[in-house]
Design a binder for this molecule. Structure first.
Ligand SMILES: [Zn+2]
Ligand SMILES: [Zn+2]
Length: 226
């Protein structure tokens, strides 16, 4: 499986239970032609399942959801909070493996076309440039099911002045969510300057300079969501 690294930079419980389906009351006869037509029309929409991982405030997911909905015709569900899985802990205190989080989210019960976007506030890391635990903003599985983002390097609380201002953090939240979802939709990094699918090249400043999806990337999002 190929995962694409994006920019820079929990206790886990069981994966969510699938919704109980009512058993059919009686054996049904062969569907009538009209029944097949309505089944076709009722083809389910692709749903993005946003999963809070660990202690991340739900408000952050709401902000990301609102921003995503303003960019493309997503159908988004905010799911129940899950504890960060022990399997994602690294040897470094308070840092979690983004790759292990993606593997964990693979277990989330969803329809085949659906996407799962994990959102956490802990520092997430992946191997990069010969460094085992390279802090990142997000990671997405290309043309796959899962992606994950972290607010840790969006807020940058360790910096002088208490980190990034909240309006900027809110913008980063939806931009990075959109970027990682784009990878799960099969989009690679985009060469167009200012496009939200650009490679961040290791700094959140690239994200801040991005404004929107370019025409090509927007068309691809719309096509996948159709
Ligand atoms: Zn990327
Ligand atoms: Zn683009």
């Amino acid at each position: 499986m190929r995962w694409l690294l994006c920019a820079f930079v929990v206790a886990c419980s069981e994966p969510p239970k699938p919704a109980a389906k009512p058993a059919p009351a009686v054996a049904s006869a062969a569907p009538s032609p009209s029944a097949s037509v309505s089944a076709e029309a009722a083809k389910p929409k692709l749903v993005v399942h946003m999963v809070p991982l660990g202690d991340v405030p739900l408000e952050d997911l709401e902000v990301a959801k609102k921003g995503l909905l303003a960019q493309a015709p997503f159908t988004i569900a905010i799911e129940e909070r899950l504890a960060l899985p022990e399997t994602a802990r690294t040897a470094e205190k308070a840092r979690y493996s983004a790759d292990a989080l993606l593997a964990f989210l693979q277990h989330f019960q969803a329809m085949p076309r659906d996407k799962v976007l994990g959102v956490t506030d802990v520092d997430i890391v992946t191997p990069k440039n010969g460094v085992n635990n390279w802090g990142i903003l997000g990671l997405g599985d290309i043309a796959g099911k899962t992606c994950v983002i972290s607010t840790h390097r969006m807020r940058r609380k360790w910096e002088a002045g208490g980190g990034a201002p909240e309006p900027l953090v809110r913008e980063r939240l939806w931009k990075i969510s959109l970027h990682e979802l784009g990878h799960t939709f099969g989009l690679p990094h985009c060469p167009n300057k200012g496009c939200l699918m650009q490679d961040a090249h290791g700094t959140v400043k690239t994200v801040d300079e991005e404004t929107a999806l370019c025409t090509d990337c927007r068309a691809r999002f719309t096509e996948v969501l159709r």
